[in-house]
Design a protein around this ligand. Sequence first.
Ligand code: ZN
Length: 305
Amino acid sequence: MPLLAVNHHYFRSSSTGRGIYPTTPKALAGEVEQLRRRWRLGDQADIMQHCHGGGTVDPVCILTFDDGLKEQMRALALLDSLGVTAMYFVPTAPLLHRMVLDVHKLHMIRSRLSDMELAADLQQRFNFESYEFDDQLLAVQYRYDEPVSRKVKYFLNFVLDPSSRAKWTSLRFVEIFGSERAASEALYLSADDLKVLARGHSLGTHAHAHVPLAGLTVGQMQGEIEQSLDLLERLSGQRPLGISYPFGGKSAVSESVFAMAQSCGLKYGFTMERGVNFDGGGSPMSLNRIDVNDVHEWVDKVLVG
Ligand SMILES: [Zn+2]
């Protein structure tokens, strides 16, 4: 059976207009209705059946939510009322350290400051304009963004060295939002939320610190995955079977990441490589997945490879 996975992040009643682009309740209900015309909306048992069972005949679609955000519990309630389950992939560093991940600090900063303001700040501190950007690559990687936004995101994510980035991000974050601990508690799922997800067999890992696993040594990779599994098991009472790799794009995953996830006992893994998963199409550790923004392009691809 073909398996389509659709990924989501933020779930809010309205968009901030920049930085954070949530799925709204109305959009989620519409998405469920649209998908249901062609796909059965399934659960983790269907993923396991697709990957390790004999397969079934009906096309199955799995909804996934990455990043362990508190607001996703409201999506869970809405989906419950529609008779749908989803998988929630949780990074564990925020739970352990009551910190806000860099990726979310950046989203929050960008929701308050325009990209022009950020570009000016980066120019002042890091001589941002002197970097030679590859506009074609940026257009592919950030297809929904304006040119200046693409440059700001790429510079922050891939050009600045990690320690300068962390310093800059933390400084700006605290200036705007104050206490990181309070922000973390408001932003992320609690241990009680994890128990609810575990009871519904809806809990997966998004590794520990939300870094691209492919860039790590084998030992660090193992630490990122095992630490997250141990913590999720301790907090929720259940050891996850699946992982969604942080970022999940080509540069964030590799064969050694897939092999490590498997050797840590995981049974399936989602990348952000776009596509439907067909029977016998690939490894259970490197499943394709699409972004919720692209559902309209994929909803009819039940029978086409
Ligand atoms: Zn993520």
